[in-house]
Design a protein around this ligand. Sequence first.
Ligand code: BMA
Length: 317
Amino acid sequence: MNQFKRYAKNPILTVHDLPEEAGYYILNPGAVKYNGEYLLLVDVFHREGGIVLWLARSRNGVDFTFDPEPVKWPAPDGSDGGWVENGAYDPRITRIGDDFIILYGSHNNRLGTRIGIVKTRDFIHFEHVATASEINNRNGALFPDLFDGRYCRLERPFGGGEQSPCDMWMSFSRDLVYWGEGRPFMDARPGHWDGLKLGAGAPPIRIAEGYLEIYHGVSCSCDGSIYALFACIVDAKEPWRILARSKAPLLFPEMPYEKDGRVANVVFTCNAILEEDDTVRIYYGAADSCIGFAEMPLARIIAACREEYRYMPNCSR
Ligand code: BMA
């Protein structure tokens, strides 16, 4: 079966690993390898209310330790009369040159979410770049390369609300601040596990065939949504061209820690790391409560993207 393999000791991080039991839930980290360490930038639902971002570090990629304090995040505070950010979540980290550029959900308690952009070079100092979308857009994920001098991101404008259909879009920018040329990128597939809505997971990874994108797809159950993970490959020069897309989920909420928590039936990733041995590892949020680790050889992800439908002959997309 072409699926991600979970680490046997999952979950690898829970709220009990936080200093002083500082939060009630942890989820959906950004992840990078930096200076010989794996870094997770973790969403923490803090005891004092609100969401903060907190770094956890590991040398071996499975045993993580949280820093003593959350990161000093440059949240817009409205002092210029503009946007007030009450919380930051779902950080997706893309390295371009020496910069780590983080696209994240910039949340305002009254108004909702926009895509925020912050950059860092050392994971100590974080610099605000822009709050770079209208309200009701999130799941921003930046490609690691420019296309004709333009940055390119995946994004997910909302439909009418949490339970309404949404597709994944794409837009471009010359400076990370002003974004335009927005276009639909990938449709939800009604009747499938990504049939209601979908959005970027990890920032796209450069591979020989183009770019690999691991994304989340949502379907409806009678008492809520189910979040599963899928993959697609897009063209290296024209990233809006989808070359192949997995049919069945590569990770589906099946384990107790994925089925039961703050939001039931969720596996959700904001990262994918391609290792030197061509294994792809993900650190994923489970049930919006804790963090799991899973891996899969790149060749098998590509094979999954190219698999034909076997039992659903009328589904061409
Ligand atoms: C998405 C995001 C994620 C969350 C998921 C499941 O829309 O808000 O942060 O993990 O819903 O609740």
